[in-house]
Design a protein around this ligand. Structure first.
Ligand SMILES: Cc1cc2nc3c(=O)[nH]c(=O)nc-3n(C[C@H](O)[C@H](O)[C@H](O)COP(=O)(O)OP(=O)(O)OC[C@H]3O[C@@H](n4cnc5c(N)ncnc54)[C@H](O)[C@@H]3O)c2cc1C
Length: 372
């Protein structure tokens, strides 16, 4: 139970600046990106080192106080929502980049470092960090590890689990463990694989080493506009059926397009559906496959096919796509998010059925299918 003795013991380790107990300030921590589930915590700790995390967890263990880890609170599934009567352990102050090792293509960071910061650190050397959730400007690497986050480019490059080489983590009794996958096919159970995606239920991650990739020689991006979403879905199936693995394939429907245009002004052509396809790799391969993709998009009925001619143009297209979810507030004060998985070949049929349901139920539904 949280009592004055417990709070004093926590304060002795993390200091006054590492404690949030003011009722107004605690409201910041009452939910994550799933705001209709709320629970105001009695106490938030903001440790600034792994040792602090260990001490706070040990105290919780001894005093039988439940706790939940929190990165930057952008999760959409309530994972960082406080437990009634429990402590929130916020990792935002563990935000140091510990090592940028270009020759060995790895970067070691504390969990509060944002996803995009890793790419910022290595971009001058011609490298990047592949997992790119749409929230990458704000979400933490610790949160990415806990949620096994992916993004637009995970069709070709995989999820967080495919890019984490090792972690340091604090177990529920305060012990510090190191889990490593840098040796391929090491004997024994894949504990790192178990931890990644465990939503903070197994341990608090205090250090992460990730693999970085060399920027591809060429990147080409196109945007195709359609009069209906099933046609865009059919183009996706045809691209994959042609044996092409794009770096990213994403669709946005009419409602999403209204929202992003209002919020981030990507200046997309008028359409009921927009398909974004990005190819990357060696120049010769990308050029050849890109021609095929362009032809497939036209065959599927595209009214406009726009090719990103400059890096700014490409960035604008992605700003529009990555801003889709956060822009929904422009078209509605309230919305409910559903993430689902459908077989690629069933996509046109499923999207068509969603449209029928929308009419039948009188609800507006925004769809942003992505190929993973
Ligand atoms: C606009 C928007 C777009 C998004 N787009 C994507 C997307 O494209 N792809 C995607 O996968 N997700 C997406 N998300 C969801 C979210 O950003 C990710 O799940 C992200 O990884 C959460 O990181 P966070 O730092 O905000 O974690 P939080 O929300 O703070 O926590 C998420 C979970 O991780 C646990 N956790 C946090 N830090 C640690 C730690 N150090 N050790 C152990 N457990 C920890 C928490 O207990 C909780 O269970 C999006 C969210 C928003 C709001």
């Amino acid at each position: 139970m949280i009592d004055q003795a417990f709070i004093a013991a926590v304060r002795a380790h993390v200091g006054d600046e590492g404690i949030v107990s003011d009722p107004l300030e605690l409201l910041t921590y009452e939910c994550d990106g799933l705001p209709h589930l709320k629970q105001t915590p009695p106490l938030v700790c903001l440790p600034s080192s792994a040792e602090h995390v260990q001490e706070v967890v040990r105290l919780c263990y001894r005093h039988d106080v439940p706790f939940v880890a929190r990165g930057h609170g952008s999760g959409l599934s309530g994972g960082a929502m406080p437990i009634a009567g429990g402590v929130v352990i916020g990792l935002a102050r563990l935000n140091r980049v510990l090592d940028v090792d270009i020759p060995n293509r790895r970067v070691t960071v504390e969990p509060g470092v944002t996803n995009l910061e890793i790419t910022r650190q290595v971009a001058p050397h011609g490298f990047y960090y592949a997992p790119d959730p749409s929230s990458q400007q704000v979400c933490s690497i610790g949160g990415n590890v806990a949620e096994n986050s992916g993004g637009a480019h995970c069709l070709k490059y995989g999820f967080t689990v495919h890019h984490v080489l090792s972690v340091e983590a604090v177990l529920s009794n305060g012990d510090l463990v190191h889990l490593d996958s840098s040796i391929a096919d090491a004997p024994g159970p894949d504990l790192l694989g178990v931890l990644i995606g465990s939503e903070g239920t197994l341990a608090i991650v205090t250090k992460v080493t990730v693999r970085i990739l060399r920027k591809p020689e060429a990147v080409m991006t196109l945007l195709a506009a359609y009069d209906d979403i099933p046609s865009a879905g059919a183009a996706v199936s045809d691209i994959i059926a042609a044996g092409i693995i794009p770096a990213a394939v994403e669709i946005m429907d009419g409602v999403s397009l209204i929202a992003v245009e209002a919020a981030v002004h990507p200046n997309f052509p008028p359409a009921e559906a927009i398909l974004i396809v990005e190819l990357d790799g060696p120049v010769a391969e990308v050029r050849e496959q890109f021609e095929q993709v362009e032809a497939i998009c036209h065959r599927a009925g595209a009214s406009v096919v726009e090719i990103a001619k400059t890096e700014e143009h490409r960035a604008r297209i992605w700003k529009g796509r990555k801003g889709a979810f956060a822009s929904m507030g422009r078209v509605t004060p309230n919305y409910y998010v559903q993430d689902g998985v459908v077989p690629r070949t069933k996509l046109p049929e499923v999207l068509d059925r969603i449209r029928q349901l929308e009419k039948r139920c009188g609800l507006r539904i925004a769809s942003t299918p992505a190929d993973r």
